[in-house]
Ligand binder design. Structure first.
Ligand SMILES: *Cc1c(COP(=O)(O)O)cnc(C)c1O
Length: 224
């Protein structure tokens, strides 16, 4: 099941990257393992997946502990400031920097620990009320604001896109975000990662410039 799903995702990624004219290896697959048990995650590791995404600290920690020779963990949920330490101890990248208050709190902890913190700025590309993240128009200002924090290293952007049955409808949002990703020019910020695309829309996202997709359902099946 898992093997078959992964094979299919790889084929779809290969087709989408061919359409864009890039090598499929340029796209990082982050397997979103929220609600998935540690044994399943281990199986996915055995199939060669090396990046996993979790959105809730409490659910993630036991799984991370159960996979000691662990893969790279990405935090992709709304991060409360009282959980920062746990996230810094366990995750390689925080994809969900969704407000400046969180940046301030991360800076404080990074300074205290004397370490750099890698993040992506989370962008609510559809401007939906129900979602956290910066609006597209706020991205540049937010990036400038975060450069004031010496212990935070912005690696790029993460898109939260509206859900449509027809993924073609998301294309304009992905295109706008890619434009910002490419064109933004702020001293001290090097845009490397554009995390966009989920089960329903990852091919469109790759065609529009994504280099990291976050896929849960297509890999592990429907969540309970
Ligand atoms: C759940 C989740 C995903 C994966 O969603 P699927 O539709 O199951 O692929 C990706 N990104 C974030 C931020 C999520 O919360």
């Amino acid at each position: 099941m898992l093997e078959h799903n992964l094979q299919e995702i790889k084929e779809r990624l290969a087709r989408a990257s061919a359409k864009r004219g890039i090598a499929p290896e340029k796209i990082t697959l982050v397997a979103v393992s929220k609600t998935v048990a540690a044994e399943q995650i281990q199986k996915a590791c055995n199939l060669g997946i090396t990046h996993f995404g979790e959105n809730r600290v409490q659910d993630a920690l036991p799984k991370i502990a159960a996979l000691p020779l662990g893969p790279c963990w990405h935090f992709i949920g709304h991060l409360q400031t009282n959980k920062i330490k746990q996230v810094l101890d366990n995750f390689m990248l925080i994809q969900s920097l969704d407000r400046l208050k969180l940046a301030r709190a991360l800076q404080q902890e990074g300074e205290k620990q004397g370490r750099m913190i890698d993040v992506l700025l989370q962008v609510n590309v559809g401007g939906e009320e129900s979602k956290f993240g910066f609006q597209i128009e706020e991205v540049e200002g937010a990036l400038v604001a975060v450069t004031a924090y010496p212990n935070i290293n912005v690696q790029g952007l993460m898109a939260l896109a509206p859900f449509y049955d027809d993924p073609e409808e998301v294309r304009p949002y992905f295109r706008s975000l890619y434009r910002i990703f490419k064109e933004v020019n702020i001293p001290g910020v090097e845009m490397k990662i554009l995390s966009m695309g989920m089960t329903n829309d990852f091919e469109v996202a790759v065609e529009e410039g994504s280099n990291m997709v976050r896929i849960g359902t297509a890999l592990f099946g429907e969540r309970a």
